[in-house]
Write a protein that binds this ligand. Sequence first.
Ligand SMILES: [Zn+2]
Ligand SMILES: [Zn+2]
Length: 128
Amino acid sequence: METVTVKRKRGSGNITPSGYIRYKTGVRFQHRRVWERENGSVPDGMMVHHLDGDKMNNVISNLMLVDALTHKRLHGECELRNGEWWKPCTKCKVFKLVDSEFYKKKTKITSWCKDCCKEYDRSKRIAK
Ligand SMILES: [Zn+2]
Ligand SMILES: [Zn+2]
């Protein structure tokens, strides 16, 4: 096994009894290191995504650079239909158009559709 020395902020990794540094995030970010070895550092706000969805499959051909929002979508059961993103609301389970039926935040989209969010707000107001 090759030894990779990575500079990290203190406290993000720990030393195993045998002297290896084990990162808490080591498995998650292994793919990032693979990608960076080939392409240079990952630009700010971009993510390295596993094309086949297998997070342990860290071969370069399985890795793709995507922006954070697209990445969220790829992992959020979203579907691209005719150039528009659809995703199921986790509350009412209905597939809805992401751009108009969900609230958008900076790097993510609400998991509930607008209707369910409004419904929830209403019920909260009544409860008070
Ligand atoms: Zn991914
Ligand atoms: Zn809903």
